[in-house]
Design a protein around this ligand. Structure first.
Ligand code: PEP
Ligand code: MN
Length: 307
């Protein structure tokens, strides 16, 4: 973890590594960081209005503080994009799975799902977050989300960095599984240098030789949580155990470890019927497992004198 030198701190990442800086991250009316544990929960994909309302109710009751829901999905393969499917509330026809939506259709469909996400968040008092893929969707998404998620694939996307630096809304920046903390701090400095200060880091695992096996995924880098707190103490760190482990039975244990190691929160996929989730069925938690996990996190938070 010694990949950041004194020279880097002085010349390359002076702003993000400031020690005496109070960084205020307000998502809606809730704060991230500052001794508060943020639990962001929701489905990989907003499948319908009914689905997202059901999830919002359940995760709120369990103690989540924010609602997540994907609309633009960065899929590994082009087929089966969930936006090509009929809304689960309607019985309309689904697209042929190999038919690619035009960008206009994609945006219209995403906007409809974002409106469900926002309504569900408002109804249950949960600020909402969704992933951005296209720089020209900032204006549209801004009407609905309280926070933007930048996925690991887009960590260095300069169009997104430029566009998101102009928004007031906070950003959750995922570290790519193959990138060092030095690179992550560099990306953060790109935002800082453009006057954008309200971002949080998201650790979603690193790649090791075995993670190239199709059955396996990234390994949550517990040390990274501690190192980021040392290098950039003002930036909250959220951990995503779902996309790192890609395995339901690993999610709770890794979540507990992350909070115990000092993370400021978690980003967890939750679905009423995980096996049948449109995207990421292998690691979504059902409502009971999620509620049990939140209780455990609350106990760990108490020991750490966090709320
Ligand atoms: C997600 O959060 O749904 C997602 C696709 O994340 P990642 O960028 O970590 O793969
Ligand atoms: Mn997912």
């Amino acid at each position: 973890m010694k990949d950041i030198s004194q020279n880097d701190i002085q010349n390359n990442v002076p702003l993000v590594t400031r020690k005496d800086f109070q960084r205020e991250i307000l998502v809606g009316n809730s704060q991230i960081g500052g001794g508060i544990i943020t639990i962001i929960a929701g489905p990989c994909t907003v499948e319908s209005k009914t689905q997202i309302f059901k999830i919002a109710k359940a995760v709120k009751e369990a103690g989540a503080t924010m609602l997540r829901g994907g609309v633009f999905k960065p899929l590994t393969f082009p087929y089966g994009d969930p936006l090509g499917r009929a809304d689960a509330d309607s019985n309309g026809p689904s697209r042929d799975r190999k038919e690619i939506l035009s960008k206009k259709e994609l945006f219209e469909n995403a906007e409809k799902r974002l409106s469900y996400l926002k309504e569900a968040g408002e109804k249950y008092g949960l600020p909402v977050i969704s992933e951005i893929l296209y720089a020209d969707s900032v204006k549209m998404m801004e009407k609905y989300v309280d926070m933007f998620q930048v996925g690991y694939r887009h960590m260095f996307n300069m169009d997104l960095i430029e566009a998101l630096s102009k928004t007031e809304k906070p950003i959750l920046l995922k570290r790519h599984y193959g990138e060092s903390l030095r690179s992550l701090l560099g990306v953060a400095e790109h935002y800082e240098a453009r006057g954008k200060h309200n971002f949080v880091f998201c650790e979603r695992g690193v790649s090791v030789p075995h993670t190239h096996n199709v059955e396996s995924r990234a390994i949550i880098d517990i040390q990274a949580i501690i190192a980021l707190k040392e290098y950039a103490p003002s930036v909250p760190v959220i951990v995503d155990p779902s996309h790192a482990t890609f395995k339901r039975s690993y999610v709770a244990g890794v979540s507990r470890a992350a909070i115990a190691a000092g993370a400021d929160g978690l980003l967890i996929e939750v679905h009423p019927d995980p096996e049948n989730a449109w995207v990421d069925p292998l690691m979504s938690l059902d409502f009971n497992s999620f509620a049990k996990l939140v209780k455990e996190i609350e106990e760990i938070a108490k020991i750490l004198e966090k709320k």
